[in-house]
Design a protein around this ligand. Structure first.
Ligand code: FAD
Length: 345
């Protein structure tokens, strides 16, 4: 089938190295390093088991210091934590971050720079790569050597094996569900925390964009990108009011809520819940899809889930081709029945 087709191509110029030193760009929130950034360290482990990984985080104030302490103990592979403390780096503006990466790269001479393939990494890394005059490789799902990577193309319908032969550094965004952190990853002593010297930081670049505001939904539910269970609703829900059934079910299961683009476009839920090619990529242990047809662009974001359950009234819906358990039926009967039978959390 098309999905298993492998394509090979090489980027120009020859490059080889034996010593690998990696810089991982870290995101933090509430004084903790995000799990997607820890997964990027796990990916770095696949480049070389023995070499060093520096974690770079930026921001300002007590939450940055707390996050640095967390970074220093969150993974045994981290050999040092680099902290850039500046008011200009509190918000993830690509211009400021790209400049920071260039500054840190000039000093550290890293062979690899990694970031999670979320909105932060996709925004910052290509700009930093342009400043460093290299070609980034995005959405890496597998690493088979220090310069050979696998990434999906055609909305995940083919896998491309890419050999990087460009100049150093090799810059990658990582699809973090492909690099889960194993529970046994603990360390005995904390890594050193080093302040980054920002005296050469170009102020002119900082003026090119301005942070205006951030809006996000306050929720107690797990983060969609890392949840163990995701319950997704599609256009079949028919209205925002009906979509609340999906939210109730997610609450009972301790799950995150996902949505198709059709459900987002119809304004049942906000855009941040979209799963798929142009939304979030998820790979939970359990993915439940209600009223979702299974369009190729949706499958691109969830087909790696461990167990997929689909409920659709159309027996020919493509979602059943990827589902481990499929139920042909009316979601307006099935979800209330599930809500009734599932115990309270
Ligand atoms: P539909 O395809 O309309 O399916 C609704 C399903 O609900 C149907 O199968 C129907 O049988 C079922 N249904 C209806 N009523 C009931 C009922 N009472 N009980 C049970 N089942 C019922 N889509 C994404 O999801 N994510 C993306 O990131 C994304 N990116 C895109 C990028 C591009 C460039 C393009 C062109 C498209 C993208 N899309 C994306 C859109 C995608 O092609 C589909 O249009 C979309 O996924 C369809 O959403 P849906 O399954 O909710 O709706």
């Amino acid at each position: 089938s098309f999905r298993l087709c492998k394509l090979r191509f090489s980027l120009p110029q020859s490059y080889s190295t034996h010593f690998i030193s990696t810089l991982v760009l870290a995101e933090h929130e509430g004084g903790s390093i995000k799990s997607s950034s820890i997964s990027s360290v796990e990916a770095a482990k696949r480049l070389s088991k023995d070499d060093s990984v520096s974690m770079l985080l930026a921001g300002s104030g007590p939450s940055l210091q707390q996050a640095a302490t967390h970074a220093a103990s969150c993974h045994p592979l981290i050999s040092q934590v680099l902290v850039a403390d500046s008011n200009n780096l509190v918000h993830p503006l690509a211009e400021a971050w790209a400049n920071l990466i260039k500054t840190v790269q000039k000093k550290g001479g890293y062979t690899h720079i990694l970031a999670a393939s979320g909105s932060f990494g996709k925004n910052v890394l290509p700009r930093a790569a342009a400043l460093l005059d290299v070609s980034p490789i995005t959405d890496v799902i597998d690493i088979s050597g220090s310069h050979q990577f696998v990434r999906p193309i055609y909305a995940g319908n083919a896998l491309s094996t890419v050999k990087y032969t460009g100049e150093s550094p090799c810059m990658l965004t990582i699809r973090t569900p492909s690099f889960p952190v194993s529970a046994s990853e603990t360390r005995s002593s904390a890594a050193p925390i080093i302040q980054v010297d920002l005296s050469t930081f170009g102020e002119d670049i900082l003026n090119k964009s301005r942070f205006v505001r951030r809006s996000s939904q306050e929720t107690e539910r797990p983060d969609l990108g890392n949840a163990r269970i995701v319950v997704t609703g599609g256009r079949g829900l028919k209205s925002a009011e009906n979509f609340k059934m999906v939210e109730k079910l997610a609450e009972k299961l301790g799950a995150a809520v996902g949505a198709t683009r059709a459900a987002v476009d119809a304004e049942f839920v906000p855009n941040e819940l979209q799963v798929g090619q142009t939304g979030k990529i998820v790979a939970p242990e359990l993915y439940m899809a209600f009223g979702v047809s299974g369009a190729i662009q949706h499958l691109a974001g969830m087909r790696d889930s461990k167990v997929i359950v689909a409920v659709n009234k159309d027996a020919d819906a493509p979602i059943f081709q990827v589902a481990d358990y499929g139920l042909v039926g009316d979601l307006f009967e099935i979800i209330p029945e599930l809500l009734e039978k599932l115990p309270e959390k």
